[in-house]
Ligand binder design. Structure first.
Ligand code: HEM
Length: 412
């Protein structure tokens, strides 16, 4: 048998149809072939569960480092704005953009901080943080469930985790907005590099100030734990701590808010499942995993082919980009029975890969699950009535799945 013949097509993976209903769109692509070359984005698109998980396991052929090649290709000329260059240098320190051996070293140190007693103490406060966030939302009438409840809650969790004083929490939301378009692979924003540079320089300076404070007087928070983390005389450098804080801010706040909003939207669209959850006949932990599978907030991840390979059944060439569509893998009928149905009692054996898979799988998955397990039932408890109250618009991003707002009319 000769080399398998690659299939090429032209898709619009951030076009209106793909953004509105990624499961239908990427399901259509998966039916053509589980891995295809898309001429438009000049990338491979993997949509089959077997192929996506194979790539996520295979760090020999698929690299997570797409920042350094970008810097070398696009940002090495002297007339590049030094702030844009500095922003990408910081991204290059993000755990998620590193391969072995550096990835292993960073992950071990960061994991120590995540596993610290300080973090355990903080998770005990999530319910209080949620109660504070929902108490500020109106009891009845029209609300934006994202801006009024989910975003303030997830932002307060991440801020408390990092040790950001309450007065500064709004500034974090601004920086997050400046980062969003580059990290989420938005095609909408022509000024995204300037925005990123602006956000990074302000945020880095702010975090440097916090590090100085917590170095002198450690407290029960992730930042103090990151400063303290050691492994065989190894510790995180100040730049690595700053990078990790910005990564956690980015990876952990909007993703969780979007998961909560996507879950409530799924319930509104599936009244029988809403009734089932309200009746208490399904464990919230199982429901959360089904929400993650059904319409999780991370739609895709990116890899770069490290060396020529046919590992995914098509001939890939070193340097090519691969989009691994987690949302499509999570709806692959080869793995999930009637995948397009929301079934909260699916008794998920957690085969879904909404948090990624393998070496880079999400470090915040337990925190995110816990936040959703607190927020979703509490929203249903406060609001006996929840109805959609407007059109829905999704952020036009390939990697994340989030609404611009979730307008609902609520009542007791
Ligand atoms: C519903 C919420 C969340 C979703 C859907 C999500 C999804 C993901 C995914 C898909 C990855 C893998 C990226 C890749 O393979 O390239 C990842 C990695 C990561 N996530 Fe999450 N995440 C969520 C919440 C969080 C939270 C709350 C935190 C921290 C507090 C967090 C921290 C991280 C970190 C540090 C990594 C990098 C791990 C590595 O590269 O080794 N995430 N996340």
């Amino acid at each position: 048998m000769g080399e398998p013949v690659p299939q090429e097509c032209e898709f619009d993976i951030v076009g209106d149809r793909a953004i509105r209903d990624p499961h239908a769109y990427f399901g259509m692509i998966r039916q053509i072939a589980p891995v295809l070359w898309d001429r438009r984005s000049r990338s491979w698109i993997a949509t089959g569960y077997a192929e996506v998980t194979a790539a996520l396991r295979d760090d020999r052929h698929f690299s997570s480092d797409r920042i350094r090649p970008f810097i070398a290709r696009k940002l090495s000329s002297p007339d590049i704005d030094p702030r844009v260059r500095a922003a990408f240098d910081l991204l290059a320190d993000w755990l998620v953009f590193n391969d072995k051996p550096r990835h292993l070293r960073l992950r071990k140190l960061i994991n120590q901080a995540f596993m610290s007693a300080a973090m355990a103490k903080l998770t005990g406060q999530f319910t209080t943080l949620f109660d504070e966030a929902i108490a500020r939302a109106p009891k009845a009438g029209k609300i934006d469930l994202l801006a009024d409840i989910a975003v303030p809650f997830s932002a307060s969790v991440i801020s408390a985790m990092l040790g950001v004083p309450e007065v500064d929490r709004n500034r974090f939301a601004d920086w997050h907005r400046l980062f969003g378009p580059v990290i989420g692979a938005s095609l909408e924003d022509p000024n995204k590099y300037d925005s990123l540079a602006e956000g990074v320089s302000q945020l880095a300076e702010y975090v440097r100030g916090l590090i100085a404070i917590y170095r002198d007087q450690p407290q029960d928070n992730l930042l103090s734990a990151l400063i303290k983390a050691h492994e065989n005389d190894e510790a995180l450098s100040e730049d690595e701590i700053i990078a990790t804080c910005t990564l956690v801010l980015f990876a952990g706040s909007e993703t969780t808010a979007n998961l909560i909003a996507n879950a409530i939207l799924a319930l509104i669209r599936h009244p029988a499942q809403m009734a089932l959850l309200r009746s208490g006949q399904v464990a919230i932990a199982d429901a959360v995993d089904e929400f993650l599978r059904f319409d999780g907030s991370g739609k895709a991840v990116t890899r770069v082919v490290r060396e020529d390979t046919s590992a995914l059944g098509v001939p890939m060439i070193a340097g090519q980009r691969v989009f691994l569509i987690l949302a499509a893998a999570n709806h692959d009928p080869a793995v999930f029975d009637q995948p397009d149905q929301l079934r909260l009692d699916r008794c998920s054996d957690r085969k879904h890969i909404a948090f990624g898979y393998g070496l880079h799988s999400c470090m915040g998955l337990q925190l995110a699950r816990l936040e959703a397990a607190i927020a979703i039932p509490a929203i249903l408890e406060k609001y006996g009535q929840i109805q959609l109250a407007g059109d829905l618009e999704w952020h036009p991003q390939l990697l994340s799945r989030g609404l611009k707002e979730l307008p609902v009319v609520v009542g007791p």
